[in-house]
Design a protein around this ligand. Structure first.
Ligand SMILES: [Zn+2]
Length: 641
C-alpha cells in the first residue's frame, strides 16, 4: 500500500476518529427512528488493512444467509465462507476418489482461497486430462456467482455413478472449481451492511489522498444501505414520487425545477467534503488486474493522453486473488475452457474487451465462441451474448428504461453504438494470452422480474408488483420515518440493493444458478478429448522383418485440441504421438519415436505410421500413445509376434 504523504493525513485520521466519537455520542440509544449505537468491537465485523476511515462494522444477521439446517447445503440462502469451506471439506471426505480440496493461496486478509479438483483419480491424473476451470464471487457482492459454482459441483458429484454423462465427465475430464475467488469481499458483503467492488485492500476511490475515509452507514440498523428521501420545497429537489405508482413508493427524476424530494444514499459525510459515502471499503477491481491489456490507474498515465483504468491495482497481478488464478492456470495449461462469473445483466459474456471479435479473434475461434453464445442462449434463456468491447458496451442502447435508469445515475447512454474498452479484463487474458474459451457470464437480471404488460420492458412498477404479489413485499423496504443527524426528518427505504438489485431473491436463486450451471456443464462436455481410433501392425511387403505400426488418432470432443490463438501464443505444444517398442523391435532408420501432428479438430482423423524392424521370434507389446496439452493423453497396446 503506498499511502500518499500529505499534511491532511493526521487531520483525516483525527477526523476519522472524531467521526467515530461523534457517531458514538450522537447515537445514544434514542427513540425508534434514530441512529443505531456503534457496535461493541467484540461483536463487530473487522476488516483488514490500514485506512483513514473506520474498519469495523455492525454485523448484519441476514435471513438470506441463514441455512435451513445448520451445516447443510441448501440453495434457499447464500452460503458464507465458513459454510462453503465446510461443504468442500465434506465433499472431499465423502468422495475421496473424485474430489481433492486444497488452498491455492491466501487472500488479502489471509483467508485460504479454497479450490477443489473433481476427477476420477483411478482413470488418471487431473493434469493428464482435458480440463475446465470455473470460479465465482470475484466481485464481492456478486454472491450468486459463488452459488452457481457450488450448484455446478454439487450437481456433478450428485450425478456421479448415477448419470452416465456426468460419470463420463468425471472419469475423462478434470474440473477445477473455485467457489469464492475473493472471500474477503464476499464475507464483508454477507455479514455487514457494507458492500464493495472486490478486494478490501484500502483504496482512494475519490482521489483525495485518503483511503476508505467515507463508507456508507446503516443508520437505521436494518442491515442494508438504502435510500434516504427527504421532502423539500417544490423546486428544491431533483426527485419526486412517481405518479404512476399509487403506493407512493417509487421515486423518479423530476422535471427541472419541479422536484420536491431529495434522494441520497444512507450515510454520513465522514470527511466533511460535502459528499456522502464516496470512498468506502476497498475499491480496487480484481477484474482489471490481469496482465493482458493492463493499464495504470487514473492519474498514473504521466502523459495524460493515454488510457487508464480505475481499480487496476499498482501493477498487473498485484492482488493475491488474481495472481492465484493466473498462477494456477499457467501451471495447468490442460485447461481450455474457463468460466468466471459475475452479476448482473444477464449475458453470456466474453472478450475481447478493447476491440471487436472480428478484429482480434481468429475466424475459427470466433466461430466457436459464436456457437457457444447461441447454445448458451438456448440453455439459459438469456437474451444477450457477445464480446465486452462492443456487445456489452451497447447493451440497453435501445432500452428506454435502461437509458432512463442510466440518466438517473447521471450518465447518458449515447444512441449510436460504440465500443467501450475495459483493461486488464480476465476474458482478454483468457483468449489473447491463455488461448482459451473464456467466459465471464453475468448472471441475474438486476431485478427485472416480470413483464406484466408484455411490452418487452420491465419497469420498477412491475417489479414492485412482483415483489408484493410473489415475494410478500420482502425486497422493497417501505419508506420509514427516521431522524437523520444532518438532514433531520427523512424516510429510509427502497429496493433491496443486495438481494434484489445485485442478486436474485433467495426464493428464485436456484432457478438462476442452475441455468448458468447447465451452460457451464455444456462447456465442460465440449472439452477436447484425444483418442486412438485404431492401432495395428502389418508386414511391409518385400521387406524382410519389416513391419508398419499404423495408428489412427482423433478427437472426440467438440473443441479442437487447441484454439488458433493457443497455438499462436504457444500455451500448448503440438499434439504428439509416440511408439514404444519391446526388446527385439526397433524403428527403421530415419523414423522418429515421437511425431508432432499439429492439432486435431472434432472427429478429424490423423493416421501415423512407424516403420519397424522386428527380429524373428520377437513377442511382446508395443505401446502407441498420443499426448495433447489440452486434449489429454491416450495409450494403447499393439501385440507383436
Ligand atoms: Zn462482476
Amino acid at each position: 500500500m503506498n499511502m500518499r504523504r500529505s499534511k491532511v493525513i493526521p487531520a483525516a485520521m483525527l477526523l476519522g476518529i472524531a467521526a467515530v466519537i461523534v457517531f458514538a455520542m450522537a447515537q445514544e440509544p434514542g427513540p425508534r427512528g434514530r441512529e443505531m449505537p456503534p457496535p461493541k468491537l467484540s461483536d463487530a465485523y473487522v476488516v483488514g488493512g490500514i485506512r483513514h476511515g473506520i474498519s469495523y462494522f455492525p454485523r448484519a444477521a441476514y435471513d438470506f444467509v441463514k441455512p435451513k439446517t445448520a451445516g447443510e447445503l441448501d440453495f434457499l440462502h447464500y452460503h458464507t465462507y465458513d459454510e462453503v469451506t465446510a461443504i468442500l471439506r465434506k465433499w472431499a471426505d465423502a468422495y475421496p476418489n473424485i474430489v481433492d480440496l486444497y488452498s491455492v493461496g491466501k487472500s488479502f486478509e489471509g483467508r485460504d482461497i479454497w479450490q477443489i479438483t473433481i476427477t476420477n483419480k483411478s482413470t488418471g491424473k487431473d493434469t493428464d486430462k482435458p480440463a475446465m476451470f470455473i470460479e465465482g464471487n470475484r466481485h464481492s457482492g456478486e454472491v450468486t456467482a459463488a452459488e452457481s459454482a457450488l450448484w455446478f459441483a454439487w450437481h456433478i458429484l450428485g450425478g456421479y455413478g448415477q448419470d452416465p454423462a456426468l460419470t463420463k465427465l468425471v472419469d475423462t475430464k478434470a474440473i477445477y472449481v473455485r467457489v469464492k475467488n475473493n472471500p474477503d469481499g464476499s464475507e464483508l458483503y454477507l455479514n455487514t451492511a457494507q458492500s464493495n467492488r472486490s478486494t478490501v485492500r484500502p483504496y482512494d476511490d475519490d482521489r483525495d489522498g485518503l483511503l476508505d475515509e467515507d463508507p456508507p452507514e446503516d443508520l437505521d440498523g436494518d442491515g442494508f444501505i438504502l435510500q434516504v428521501r427527504k421532502k423539500v420545497e417544490p423546486g428544491k429537489g431533483s426527485m419526486t414520487i412517481d405518479p404512476a405508482d399509487p403506493s407512493g413508493r417509487l421515486m423518479k427524476r423530476a422535471e427541472a425545477g419541479k422536484g420536491d424530494y431529495t434522494v441520497t444514499s444512507e450515510g454520513l459525510d465522514n470527511d466533511g467534503d460535502g459528499r456522502v459515502n464516496e470512498d468506502g471499503i476497498g475499491g480496487l477491481d480484481l477484474h482489471r488486474n490481469y496482465p493482458e491489456n493492463w493499464r495504470p490507474m487514473p492519474g498514473r498515465d504521466l502523459t495524460g493522453r493515454g488510457f487508464t483504468q480505475g481499480g487496476a491495482g499498482e501493477y498487473p497481478l498485484s492482488e493475491p486473488e488474481t495472481r492465484a488464478v493466473f498462477t494456477f492456470l499457467l501451471e495447468h495449461p490442460n485447461v481450455s475452457v474457463v468460466q468466471t462469473m459475475d452479476t448482473t445483466v444477464p449475458m453470456l459474456l466474453h472478450g475481447p474487451s478493447t476491440s471487436r471479435m472480428s478484429e482480434s479473434m481468429f475466424p475459427e475461434d470466433m466461430k466457436i465462441y459464436r456457437y457457444f453464445d447461441e447454445q448458451g442462449k438456448t440453455i439459459t434463456g438469456y437474451a444477450d451474448a457477445g464480446d465486452t468491447y462492443w456487445d456489452y458496451a451497447n447493451l440497453g442502447r435501445a432500452d428506454r428504461d435502461m437509458r432512463a435508469r442510466a440518466a438517473e445515475m447521471g450518465f447518458e447512454i449515447p444512441r449510436e453504438p460504440e465500443g467501450q474498452p475495459l483493461f486488464g479484463h480476465s476474458p482478454d487474458f483468457g483468449y489473447l494470452y491463455y488461448g482459451a474459451v473464456w467466459y465471464g457470464d453475468e448472471l441475474w437480471n438486476g431485478g427485472r422480474a416480470k413483464d406484466y404488460d408484455g411490452d418487452g420492458r420491465v419497469t420498477d412498477l412491475e417489479n414492485l408488483r412482483y415483489i408484493d404479489e410473489e415475494l410478500g413485499g420482502r425486497y422493497f423496504k417501505p419508506w420509514t420515518k427516521f431522524t437523520h443527524p444532518k438532514l433531520g426528518e427523512v424516510e429510509i427505504g427502497g429496493f433491496n440493493p443486495k438481494f434484489w438489485r445485485q442478486n436474485p431473491p433467495v426464493e428464485i436463486l436456484e432457478e438462476w444458478i442452475k441455468k448458468e450451471a447447465l451452460f457451464n456443464l455444456f462447456l465442460a462436455q465440449s472439452l477436447p478429448q484425444v483418442k486412438i481410433v485404431s492401432a495395428g501392425i502389418k508386414p511391409v511387403k518385400k521387406e524382410a522383418d519389416t513391419f508398419e505400426i499404423v495408428a489412427v488418432f482423433s478427437n472426440e470432443g467438440f473443441l479442437p485440441t487447441a484454439l488458433k490463438m493457443a497455438d499462436r501464443v504457444k500455451i500448448v505444444r503440438p499434439d504428439a504421438v509416440s511408439v514404444r517398442l519391446p526388446a527385439g523391435a526397433e524403428l527403421a532408420s530415419g523414423v522418429r519415436v515421437r511425431q508432432d501432428i499439429g492439432f486435431i479438430q472434432q472427429n478429424e482423423k490423423k493416421e501415423i505410421r512407424w516403420k519397424v524392424k522386428i527380429k524373428p521370434g520377437t513377442a511382446g507389446q508395443a505401446e502407441v500413445s498420443i499426448s495433447s496439452t489440452r486434449g489429454g493423453v491416450a495409450r494403447t497396446a499393439v501385440k507383436i509376434g
